[in-house]
Design a protein around this ligand. Structure first.
Ligand SMILES: [Ca+2]
Ligand SMILES: [Ca+2]
Ligand SMILES: [Ca+2]
Length: 225
């Protein structure tokens, strides 16, 4: 009598769901494959590997799937989620994640964009310079010049002082040495100054250079006309 070896594994219900059927001489056996546990004859059940500590590398997230698990780095992190783990991604060091003129700050798991001081707008698209001069931020008698991120005040010509608080007229008659040359009288003005020749004197060639005594003969002739 020849006992033939029947392959019980040909029978579709020889093992439970997910189990592997192994034919052996005169018999067969069922085993649960890796990633499954339970009774292989009744059915293997997926192991939730995510419940096991260290299923994924540090910083990685775990997702249970039938027969295994998937590890992945959460948004803002990068690395190998299965071996070395996930580390913060420095978004600021690659490309330009922020808008024009914006400042990028790397954060753990993310990054931040901000407009620098003196700029306004949406840091994700574009920061534009504030024209501070529109609000007349300078002191009296000072002029304002807008600059990227700031502004500059300067005293108008012939004025002196702190242009951010206010500028005063320079009294050239005191500040300068002999601004009106010889014989002339200096008269301060705001701005500037004038030089006047005293009575009986005339500018030679202008009062700023010198005043000379008038020719008396010429004056007599003039009045005789
Ligand atoms: Ca699983
Ligand atoms: Ca980051
Ligand atoms: Ca500005």
């Amino acid at each position: 009598m020849v006992k033939s070896n029947i392959d019980e594994c040909q029978h579709p219900n020889a093992c439970g769901p997910h189990a592997i059927c192994q034919n052996v001489p005169g018999n067969y056996t069922c085993v649960c494959p890796e990633g499954f546990h339970g009774d292989p004859f009744r059915g293997c059940v997926d192991v939730d590997e995510c419940q096991i500590q260290g299923a994924c590398a540090p910083g990685a997230h775990c997702r249970n799937v039938v027969g295994g698990r998937e590890c992945f780095c959460p948004p803002g992190f990068e690395g190998d989620p299965y071996t070395h783990g996930c580390l913060d991604m420095d978004e600021c060091s690659r490309g330009q994640p922020c808008g024009r003129n914006a400042l990028c700050t790397n954060l753990e798991g993310s990054f931040r964009c901000a407009c620098p001081p003196g700029f306004i707008g949406d840091p994700m698209s574009e920061c534009t310079d504030v024209n501070e001069c529109d609000k007349n931020p300078c002191g009296q008698n000072a002029s304002c010049k807008n600059t990227p991120g700031s502004y500059v005040c300067s005293c108008k010509e012939d004025y002196t002082g702190d242009p951010y608080k206010g500028c005063e007229d320079i009294n050239e008659c005191v500040a300068l040495e002999k601004p009106c040359g010889s014989h002339a009288v200096c008269q301060n003005a705001a701005p500037g100054y004038t030089c006047l020749c005293p009575q009986g004197y005339q500018g030679s060639p202008t009062p700023q250079v010198a005043c000379e005594q008038k020719d008396n003969v010429f004056v007599v002739q003039d009045s005789n006309l």
